[in-house]
Design a protein around this ligand. Structure first.
Ligand code: HEC
Ligand code: HEC
Length: 215
C-alpha cells in the first residue's frame, strides 16, 4: 500500500516537471531520508542553533520547493549552519529523490474543516502584501510548485523564516530571496509574529511523520 502511494506520487510528480533534469525516485529518496529523520521525523523536535524553534515540517511540501530550498542552502542564499552542511553533501540526484519522497510522504486525507478566519487585524496585514496571491488558496496551494505551502507550518519556524528576510550581514542567519525579502520588509517583527500564528493555525498538507509510521 505504501509502495503504491509512493509509486503513484513519483509518477504524478514526474508529470509536473515537463523536462526533469533528473528523474526522481521516491523509493531511493526514502532510503536517503535516513539522514533527515533524526530532525524532520520527530514531532515537535526543536532546533536550538542559531535560534530556538521547531524544525519545519517537510512531509507533504512541494517537491520543487524542497529542491529549491536545498539548492539555496548549498549556494549560501539561505543560511543555516546545519542545513548548509547537509545540503553540501547532497547531489542534484539526491535532492530530486528526497524531494519526491517527502512530497508524497504522509499525505493525509484532505481536511474538510473550514479554514480559521483571521482576526480583522491579521486580515488587513495579509491583504497588504496579498500573501495568498502566491501562497494560494488557504495558503496550501501555491501558484507555482517552487513556492512553499505554509498553512499549518510551525508558528515559531514561520516567524524565524520571515524574520530571516529582514536580516543581513549575519554569518549564521539570513535568506536572500528577492521576492520574499520585499514582502517581509513591509512589516514589523511583531506583525510578522501575528501573521505566523494565524498561518500555523490553518489546516494544510504539511506533516511531521514519525519513522515508525512508515516502516
Ligand atoms: C540536525 C537537524 C536536521 C537534519 C538532520 C536535517 N534537517 Fe532539514 N532543517 C533543519 C532545520 C533546523 C531547518 C530550518 C532551517 C532554516 O531556518 O532555514 C531545516 C530546513 C529544511 C528545509 C527547508 C524547509 C522549508 O520549509 O523551507 C528542507 C527542505 C530540509 N530541511 C530538508 C532536509 C533533508 C532532505 C534532510 C536530510 C537529507 C534534512 N533536512 C536534514 C534541521 C535538520
Ligand atoms: C510574489 C509571490 C509571493 C508573495 C506575494 C508572498 N510570498 Fe511568501 N514566498 C514566496 C516564495 C517564492 C518563497 C520562497 C522563498 C525562499 O526560498 O526563501 C516564499 C517563502 C515564504 C515563507 C518561508 C516558508 C518556509 O517554509 O520556509 C513564508 C513564511 C512566507 N513566504 C510567507 C509569506 C507571507 C506571510 C506573505 C504576505 C506578507 C507572503 N509570503 C507573500 C512567494 C511569495
Amino acid at each position: 500500500m505504501n509502495k503504491l502511494i509512493l509509486t503513484a506520487a513519483a509518477i504524478a510528480s514526474f508529470h509536473v516537471f515537463a523536462q526533469p533534469a533528473f528523474a526522481q525516485d521516491a523509493q531511493a529518496g526514502e532510503k536517503k531520508a535516513a539522514m533527515c529523520i533524526g530532525c524532520h521525523g520527530i514531532p515537535g523536535y526543536q532546533a536550538s542553533f542559531p535560534e530556538v524553534h521547531k524544525v519545519p515540517m517537510i512531509s507533504g511540501q512541494n517537491a520543487k520547493y524542497i529542491v529549491a530550498s536545498l539548492e539555496a542552502y548549498k549556494k549560501g542564499d539561505r543560511k543555516h549552519p546545519t542545513m548548509d552542511a547537509i545540503a553540501q553533501s547532497l547531489s542534484e540526484q539526491d535532492m530530486a529523490d528526497l524531494a519526491a519522497f517527502y512530497e508524497g510522504h504522509g499525505k493525509a486525507p484532505q481536511n474538510a474543516g473550514k479554514p480559521a478566519q483571521p482576526s480583522p487585524e491579521v486580515a488587513e496585514l495579509l491583504k497588504k502584501a496579498n500573501c495568498a496571491s502566491c501562497h494560494g488558496e488557504d495558503y496550501n496551494k501555491p501558484i507555482d510548485p517552487s513556492y512553499p505551502k505554509i498553512a499549518g507550518q510551525h508558528a515559531d519556524y514561520l516567524y524565524v523564516a520571515l524574520k530571516a528576510y529582514h536580516t543581513s550581514n549575519n554569518r549564521l542567519i539570513g535568506r536572500n530571496n528577492a521576492i520574499m525579502a520585499g514582502m517581509a520588509k513591509l512589516y514589523t517583527l511583531s506583525e510578522l509574529k501575528k501573521i505566523s500564528k494565524y498561518l500555523a493555525s490553518l489546516d494544510g498538507d504539511l506533516r511531521t511523520v514519525p519513522e515508525s509510521r512508515f516502516r
